[in-house]
Write a protein that binds this ligand. Structure first.
Ligand code: PXG
Length: 438
């Protein structure tokens, strides 16, 4: 390869100076593997960034995008339409959890989160309950990087350089409870009562008539894979219902099969009022996000605005982009035709087994899993948080396996097409890397 000049590209969420000294460069991808610029095959243990659920370079998706770009490359989404947008929405609504059949398209998970927060506040206002403006998130929550998302989000490192927040937010406590739940397989036994704080502290403090919505990730991904305790999400639902508060599930990671079911809402049998999704929606091939919304919410907007008036003054230049819609339709077809959500469910037992075989390995203080996701929490090096995790990540990379690290927690979330042998290799490589790390 010719020598690249790396000066101009300011990389996102990256240690830029460190990266540019020793780059990790991906040049192509197919199936379960990336190829790097030295021609090495890298097993993708992270589905890109939790998005390439159908694996890389899937022919039907590639061809659908190629065909679309040569047919209609772009169409304005405001006051104009194109057939693929309606088709994509119908397709998504048809596989959405029951009763969430109105679809609002955006271009990312961050946009989905901010759109959902705006929609919740506006919904109450439009139906004459304008005092409901407050938003409740959760400590360690991740809802992208825009101002709404970081306001309700709870990852300290993502907030500290930007100490400007929406004014009316509060946070539930995180459900992480290593003392009681360490090394739990699947859903933790203890912690449903973490939800009670919504009623006993937050609602009492703020008065329920001021709260518009609660937003949570059903399974917290970015912060290091926190599986919801048994009964926790149901309890949140009951409290929200009792006080007329909307419940938003951020399913940017959990949607499209990650937990061995189509949606976390179905997996946990809890129906939120709004779901936000992205990532697996288009297999990561073209940026896309969406909100799945209860018709009752949608209909309030429709009824409130006069003829020819815009009901929800919100949207993006690239909402329902033709390429994204084409990619999404083809992606949902692949999921269905290949039975990938069922496959994820069927593989989850072996995946759990292999993950938990790392119990007792050097530095490991917890292992958590559900479906095809696992989090492996390490003891931090004294006085040097995140260093050990990054070393393990680098050792895996050297061995041709891509894992994700957040602080000292490793996260594994492979494409749903992974084979049993590849699951074995993924976890044994992590085991070797832990052994080789101080
Ligand atoms: N909500 C959730 C639950 C997410 O996981 C977003 C919103 C934001 O999506 P966009 O498309 O704006 O990035 C996410 C994104 C990681 C990692 O390493 C996770 C995400 C993004 C990048 C890295 O865990 N999740």
């Amino acid at each position: 390869m010719t020598q690249l000049n790396m000066d101009a590209f300011w990389m996102p969420f990256t240690a830029n100076r460190n990266f540019k000294q020793s780059p990790r460069m991906l040049v192509s991808a197919d199936g379960m593997y990336y190829t790097d610029d030295a021609g090495r095959q890298i097993l993708d243990g992270t589905a890109g960034l939790w998005c390439v659920n159908a694996g890389h370079n899937r022919k039907p998706i590639v061809e659908a995008v190629q065909k679309q770009i040569a047919t209609l490359d772009y169409a304005p989404p405001f006051q104009l339409g194109h057939p693929k947008a309606f088709e994509a929405a119908e397709r998504l609504a048809a596989m959405a959890p029951k009763g969430l059949n109105k679809v609002f398209f955006v271009n990312s998970g961050s946009e989905a989160a901010d759109t959902a927060l705006k929609m919740a506040v506006a919904y109450h206002r439009v139906r004459g309950d304008a005092a409901r403006v407050k938003l409740v998130g959760r400590e360690r929550g991740y809802h992208g990087v825009n101002f709404g998302g970081i306001s309700v989000g709870g990852i300290a490192g993502n907030r500290k350089l930007f100490p400007v927040s929406l004014p009316a937010v509060d946070h539930l406590r995180s459900t992480h409870d290593l003392k009681r739940n360490a090394f739990t397989r699947g859903e933790p036994e203890f912690g449903a009562e973490f939800a009670d704080e919504l009623e006993s502290r937050i609602i009492t403090l703020h008065d329920p008539s001021t709260i518009a919505a609660v937003i949570v990730e059903p399974m917290a991904g970015s912060t290091g894979v926190l599986i919801p305790p048994k009964g926790y999400l149901k309890r949140l639902r009951e409290i929200c219902d009792k006080y007329g508060i909307l419940l938003i599930f951020d399913e940017v990671i959990t949607g499209f099969g990650r937990l061995g079911a189509d949606w976390a809402a179905n997996k946990f049998d809890v129906q939120p009022d709004i779901i936000t999704c992205a990532k697996g929606l288009s297999n990561g091939v073209v940026p896309m996000g969406a909100l799945l919304v209860k018709p009752e919410i949608h209909d309030v907007f429709m009824a409130a605005a006069g003829d020819r008036m815009i009901e929800f003054p919100h949207g993006y230049t690239y909402s329902a982009h033709p390429l994204a819609c084409a990619a999404s339709i083809a992606t949902l077809d692949v999921y269905e035709q290949d039975g990938l959500f069922e496959r994820a469910g069927a593989l989850s037992g072996l995946f759990e087994e292999k993950a938990h075989q790392l119990k007792g390995a050097k530095h490991v203080k917890d292992i958590r899993n559900l479906g095809l996701v696992a989090g492996i929490e390490l003891e931090s090096r004294p006085g040097a948080p995140a260093q050990r995790g990054f070393d393990v990540f680098l050792k895996c990379w050297e061995q041709g396996v891509l894992v994700r690290v957040t602080g000292d927690i490793l996260a594994v979330s492979p494409p749903l097409i992974i084979t049993e042998a590849e699951i074995d290799r993924l976890f044994s490589t992590i085991g070797d890397a832990l052994q080789a790390t101080e």
